[in-house]
Design a protein around this ligand. Structure first.
Ligand code: CA
Ligand code: CA
Ligand code: CA
Length: 294
């Protein structure tokens, strides 16, 4: 006879022995499979795709588990698709944001917690154009402006091309985020401009064969007298030399002389706002020299 006391010791020992002797599949019968998703091609650095994406789902059960029975997935909350086995392949081709929800189930019914993969897709190229120039703009420095629009991921940047007197278009501004820049040309030349936009997903606007806008520079616009190298920029060296000449009362290489104080302050203000400046024919010197947006 086994005593009551012996029983309290024997029963747990026997139960432990039964657990050890059971086959592994019966022991580990409550662990769900794990699914991993691989998107091909992956998104760009900004998180966008500009073409169809194939997602490969691969599920694995726990070692010695009952094995993967099926994978279930759905796109944007639609009715789930169930695929037998441990792998599935899904092609996402819809523009916009697609959320793929997926999980695997093993042969004894253990279900993985659903996982999601988000794909942002934009296959539509942007459009853009150089804006018309203001009337009577006929000097050799002009602000060129452009604009663009995009469905989906939005405009990333622009590349602006220029043609001199009907010659081939060459890049003037490459991958610029700003929507304006100052162009300095030669008197007597006609310049044509067009813009090509790029969106965040990497789509590029179709090539153009003609300019969006053109302008003819009839006259040489007078630069600021402090701009001694005539590059439409007032450097710190140029304004320092101009200011020193004014202080000493020395004559300057280009007039007016003696140097008026408001010419000196105007030069300093233009340097302060970013060096680059342009000519405004509607104002008198020195207010005709105004800061130019980079
Ligand atoms: Ca399992
Ligand atoms: Ca787009
Ligand atoms: Ca200069």
């Amino acid at each position: 006879m086994i005593s009551r006391r012996q029983m309290t010791i024997l029963v747990p020992v026997l139960l432990a022995a039964v657990v050890v002797l059971l086959p592994p599949s019966a022991r580990a019968n409550n662990i769900a499979p794990t699914t991993t998703a691989a998107a091909s091609p992956g998104p760009n650095a900004d998180g966008w795709n500009n073409g169809d994406v194939t997602v490969s789902l691969t599920a694995a059960d726990d070692a010695g588990g009952s094995g993967v029975k099926e994978i279930s997935y759905s796109l944007n909350g639609s009715a789930p698709t169930i695929v037998s086995g441990a792998s599935a392949s899904i092609t996402v081709s819809q523009e916009g944001t697609t959320t793929l929800t997926y999980f695997a189930t093993d042969n004894v019914g253990n279900q993985e917690s659903p996982k999601t993969l988000t794909i942002k897709m934009d296959k539509t190229a942007p459009s853009s154009q150089v804006l018309p120039f203001p009337a009577n703009e006929a000097f050799s420095s002009v602000t060129v402006q452009w604009t663009g629009a995009d469905a989906g991921s939005g405009i990333k940047d622009f590349t602006i091309y220029v043609s001199d007197n009907g010659g081939p278009f060459t890049i003037w501004q490459q991958n610029i985020i700003s929507t304006s820049a100052v162009f300095v040309g030669q008197p007597g030349h006609t310049y044509s401009f067009y813009s090509i936009a790029r969106d965040v997903a990497g789509n590029v606007e179709a090539a153009k064969s003609a300019g969006d806008q053109s302008i003819t520079f009839l006259y040489e616009a007078p630069g600021h007298p402090a701009d001694t190298n005539n590059d439409w920029r007032l450097s710190i060296n140029e304004i320092t030399a101009y200011g020193a000449a004014w202080k000493r009362g020395d004559p300057w290489q280009s007039g007016p002389n003696p140097i008026p104080i408001d010419y000196v302050t105007n030069a300093g203000a233009l340097w302060k706002t970013g060096e680059q400046y342009q000519y405004d024919s509607t104002k008198n010197p020195p207010l005709c020299w105004i800061g130019a947006a980079e």
